[in-house]
Design a protein around this ligand. Structure first.
Ligand SMILES: Nc1ncnc2c1ncn2[C@@H]1O[C@H](COP(=O)(O)OP(=O)(O)OP(=O)(O)O)[C@@H](O)[C@H]1O
Length: 255
């Protein structure tokens, strides 16, 4: 479904690769957590997957098709199938929950409709449904700026779901939330993942959450994969290699 083939990224002016030789295949139904120290390349990898960052070397393929060879229209179509949630939610604070969620339809509509903010009854009905799915029905007309962080992230999830995605991508979606709320958000992501048969790929700093919810963990270190396996295989040694040892290119790679 989604493949990264020898992907490398080097940012302009940098002497080092932010990502180096990343080859991974992801399938529908996987719940993947990406672990790694700050600066290990997790966000860069997510940006390569959603086509926002072009690899310096290698390819990202969606259903066998390289993103780099797609037209703008094809890329737009692929992006529609990727729901995205963010650390800082990326919502419009002065708009209501419903209005924010409805922006999830933008990838499907003409620029003109988006500009005038007109939504069909069908779109509103679908938005109502996803707001119910994330248990925010009672707050649909409340301005987002008046919500807690956990509620805002639920709005973010509802907006992503309205795109009817095949992939749910998360760039540290619980980093600004307390542990209980983070667990609640992961539990909701897992529920949506199961109900909608999504491929879910989430960057996260909390190893406990990754081990509890992921079906697969990928750990990065200095832009390279140092672990790719089942959560139960991510042992104390893997934890040490990922977060505490300064060695790069460990012999203990699990690939
Ligand atoms: N736009 C950019 N221009 C130059 N260098 C960048 C840019 N974005 C990231 N980098 C560098 O690339 C490397 C990987 O960064 P990235 O943000 O992907 O890591 P990360 O694992 O997501 O970190 P964090 O957990 O802190 O978000 C870092 O060394 C970072 O400084």
């Amino acid at each position: 479904m989604l493949e990264l083939n020898e992907v490398a990224v080097r940012y302009p002016g940098s002497a080092q690769d932010a990502l180096s030789d990343i080859t991974l295949t992801f399938d529908k139904g996987e719940f993947v957590c990406i672990l790694g120290k700050s600066g290990s390349g997790k966000s860069t990898m997510i940006r390569c997957i959603n086509g926002l960052q072009e690899p310096t070397y290698g390819e990202v393929r969606w259903d066998g098709q390289p993103l780099s060879k797609m037209s703008e229209e094809q890329l737009r179509k692929v992006r529609r199938q990727m729901g995205m949630i963010f650390q800082h939610f990326n919502l419009i604070p002065r708009l209501t929950v419903m209005q924010n969620v409805l922006t999830g339809t933008f990838g499907y509509r003409s620029n003109f409709k988006n500009l005038i903010g007109w939504f069909s009854d069908q779109e509103k009905k679908q938005a109502k449904q996803v707001i119910e799915d994330v248990d925010l029905s009672s707050m649909a007309d409340r301005r987002v700026e008046r919500l807690s962080g956990g509620q805002k992230q639920r709005v973010g999830i509802a907006r992503a779901l309205l795109q009817q995605p095949q992939i749910m991508l998360g760039d540290e979606p619980v980093s600004s939330l307390d542990p209980g709320t983070s667990n609640h958000i992961f539990s909701l992501l897992e529920q949506m993942h199961r109900q909608r048969h999504l491929l879910t790929i989430i960057n996260v700093h909390d190893v406990g959450l990754a081990k509890r919810y992921a079906t697969r963990i990928v750990a990065l270190k200095a832009g390279e994969i140092i672990f790719d396996g089942k959560p139960e295989e991510f042992t104390d040694r893997e934890y040490f290699n990922t977060y505490e040892s300064n060695e790069v290119n460990e012999k203990t790679r699990s690939r």
